[in-house]
Design a protein around this ligand. Structure first.
Ligand code: ATP
Length: 386
């Protein structure tokens, strides 16, 4: 027998390997259909030889720990495998204290922990990772429209930071993939070099109905219904009777580590025709270094002009990223260093600057150089970072 996830990218390869080793006498089977007594005859998924498959074992994806000094079984706690539940816990606090009206969302980022069986592929599957999640609460009648809004909005967001093209897809889950409470789930997926030709999940956007608030309400005993003053029958005085309901929730849940990894994979570029062939083509919006300022030589009044420009750019753009200043080594080496770090623009102060108040702008992706006025540098950068 030979066991493999059907249609998995490695199925054909695995099958060939099994046929070679066992003289073509192999049968593909669903692992769940094989009795344990037959496991000795199975070539397990990704295994090298027959007979390595162990019996199914109970496995908990959550990490447990003990709180406090006594560390008895009563002190057992579980590390959160997602950040979302903290939001549901705070739903009532936020409604009661911040005067928000449905529809509204609560977002947060934070560490999540999962006891993954096979952590691999750099930060793609880690046991500790960073998530960014939004719980968007809305009226049940509007929930499908909001689900579609968030699905498209999140896809556009990934495109806007540089993941546009064939490597990015939005995959709507089939009905049989949906959780029992979900009316729709889509994944934003990216074709990483290690998943190609397949894709790996960057973010899931799920319509979760009112499942979570129902569970929190049930187990805490606290009423979590929202009173919507803008709904219900119209009263003679022109106001509304109001409607009490448990909001439905749309949840975009993204992996920040996976996002950063996708951006690096997408941006990594080799061009053998360049003096330094490697560079990181990050979209200026997400490049950690926004610009670099270089005096061509570290004398003749150039460092002073460069420093003034650096201070000006730092004051204007320092909150969105780094502005670097570098006066050491040849100008070619300085450009190459910035190319590798993904810095989109370098501004060089040279002899001409001192006579006509212009600087050289060098573009990371094309390597092209052009001249612009010294006082046009900040507006130029503002436009490029928008
Ligand atoms: P997968 O199917 O890849 O295990 P998942 O469906 O379990 O992911 P979710 O529970 O929807 O993932 O979590 C939301 C996001 O968190 C995912 O889209 C992914 O970007 C990220 N994520 C999940 N598990 C990990 C992990 N082990 N390492 C890094 N990021 C992760």
């Amino acid at each position: 027998f030979f066991a493999c996830r059907k249609g998995a990218p490695r199925e054909a390869k695995q099958r060939k390997k099994a046929e070679k080793a066992y003289g073509g006498d192999v049968t593909t089977i669903m692992l769940t259909s094989v009795p344990v007594a037959q496991f000795a005859k199975v070539l397990a998924p990704d295994a090298e030889k027959v007979g390595t498959l162990t019996e199914p074992r109970q496995f908990n994806l959550m990490f447990s720990t003990y709180i406090g000094a006594t560390a008895t079984e009563d002190d057992k706690a579980y590390m959160r495998p997602e950040t979302a539940q903290g939001v549901f816990l705070h739903f009532k606090n936020v409604v009661d204290t911040s005067r928000v009206k449905v529809p509204f969302g609560i977002g947060n980022t934070g560490r999540s922990f999962r006891n993954e069986v096979t952590p691999r592929n750099f930060t793609f599957r880690s046991r500790e990772f960073e998530q960014a999640e939004l719980e968007f609460f809305c009226h049940p009648d509007e929930s499908l429209a909001w689900y579609q809004f968030w699905r498209d909005f999140r896809m556009d967001w990934w495109k806007a930071i540089g993941l546009a093209g064939e490597n990015l897809i939005l995959r709507e889950h089939d009905k049989d993939e949906l959780s029992h409470y979900s009316q729709g789930t889509s994944d934003v997926e990216y074709r990483f070099p290690f998943t190609a030709p397949g894709f790996g999940e960057l973010e899931g956007i799920a319509h979760r109905g009112n499942y979570d608030l129902t569970q929190h309400q049930k187990h805490s005993g606290a009423k979590l219904e929202y009173f919507d003053q803008e709904r219900g029958d119209l009263l003679p005085n022109g106001s509304r009777r109001g409607e009490r309901y448990l909001p439905h929730c749309i949840e975009p849940a993204a992996g920040l580590d996976r996002g950063a990894l996708a951006l690096i994979c997408e941006g990594y570029t080799r061009d053998e025709s360049r003096p330094s062939p490697e560079f990181l083509k990050l979209h200026p919006r997400i490049a950690p270094i926004k610009a670099a300022v270089f005096p061509l030589v570290n004398k003749d009044g150039m460092p002073e002009v460069a420093e003034n420009l650096y201070n000006d750019l730092f004051a204007k753009f320092g909150r969105s990223g780094f502005i670097e200043m570098d006066a050491k080594q040849s100008i070619g080496k300085r450009y190459a260093r910035m190319d590798e770090a993904g810095c989109p623009f370098c501004f060089t102060i040279d002899g001409e600057t001192l006579t006509n108040q212009t600087v050289t702008v060098r573009d990371r992706d094309s390597g092209a150089q052009s001249r612009i006025a010294l006082d046009a540098v900040a507006p130029f950068l503002l436009e490029k970072l928008a």
